[in-house]
Design a protein around this ligand. Structure first.
Ligand SMILES: CC(C)(COP(=O)(O)OP(=O)(O)OC[C@H]1O[C@@H](n2cnc3c(N)ncnc32)[C@H](O)[C@@H]1OP(=O)(O)O)[C@@H](O)C(=O)NCCC(=O)NCCS
Length: 148
């Protein structure tokens, strides 16, 4: 498959509507639009992949002075999953994070989310621990970490 499209790091709230819509429609634990509108771009990194329409986004939290990024959300449009976009998108994301001197990434994922866990393992994340009842629906969370 010929993958087209371009990625960009968003630096203001003006382009957030499409991201918020994709989050609402597809992400397992979506935010409210008001949460998106309160995003502080000095502490968050939001990367998108678009080809006419939005195809993927990823949101990270950064703590000033710390070299670890927290992956809050990554979403590829369901129609585009399993087609290689996620790997290209991930590689673009890593370049952006490395430019910000990030040295490691951590995240939590629902233990039943086999597809996401498959993706994270494929790109090199290791499981640190399982937290019982971590999610509001009572399901367990896995804490994963990747050293860049
Ligand atoms: C997570 C996400 C971004 C990954 O993108 P993707 O295009 O689906 O990822 P890929 O297809 O490249 O990789 C998934 C891997 O898991 C494997 N996988 C898929 N379903 C699986 C399953 N049920 N059990 C185990 N492994 C599975 C795939 O085979 C693939 O590995 P492979 O390429 O070696 O075959 C995407 O699935 C997504 O947007 N999911 C919904 C949002 C989400 O849950 N985000 C993470 C929240 S923490």
């Amino acid at each position: 498959m010929n993958i087209t499209g371009k990625f960009q790091e968003l630096s203001s709230g003006s382009d957030l509507n499409d991201v918020a819509k994709m989050d609402e429609k597809h992400f397992p634990h979506p935010w409210k639009l008001s949460d998106w509108m309160e995003l502080d771009f000095s502490k968050h990194v939001l990367v998108t992949w678009s080809d006419e329409t939005l195809e993927a986004f990823a949101l990270f939290g950064l703590v000033p002075g710390d070299d670890t990024a927290h992956l809050y959300k990554i979403q590829v449009d369901p129609a585009m999953q399993g087609k290689g976009i996620s790997m290209l998108f991930w590689s673009a994301i890593l370049n952006i994070l490395k430019q910000k001197a990030v040295k490691s990434i951590y995240l939590e994922v629902e233990s039943s989310n086999d597809r996401a866990i498959g993706f994270y393992k494929k790109v090199g994340f290791a499981c640190l621990r399982r937290v019982k009842g971590y999610y509001s629906n009572g399901s367990d969370g896995l804490m994963l970490q990747l050293t860049l």
